[in-house]
Design a binder for this molecule. Structure first.
Ligand SMILES: [Zn+2]
Length: 89
């Protein structure tokens, strides 16, 4: 695995009671140098209930100073309607 510490495998689906609970899981995982960003997208809808999915991005910073850039280490989609989450990247 390129990034250690992410608590789910790609394409793993799981249920989680709320967005806050999902964020809490990711923060507790202490992924190295990770920043967690949340965005909503009207473009992606849950196939089960067609509600908009919330995207949770795990970004990791690489390098220092001017050479710093961020990599997307993991991407989750969460459906607040169903309480289901999936790691898509
Ligand atoms: Zn749903």
């Amino acid at each position: 695995m390129a990034f250690s510490g992410i608590p789910h495998l790609p394409f793993q689906e799981f249920t989680v009671s709320s967005l806050e609970a999902l964020l809490s899981i990711l923060k507790k995982a202490r992924i190295k140098d990770a920043e967690i960003e949340v965005s909503t997208s009207e473009d992606s809808q849950h196939t089960t209930c067609s509600k908009p999915m919330i995207h949770v991005l795990v970004m990791t910073a690489k390098g220092e100073g001017a050479g710093e850039h961020k990599d997307l280490a993991a991407l989750y989609q969460y459906c607040p309607g169903c309480g289901s989450a999936v790691r898509v990247l």
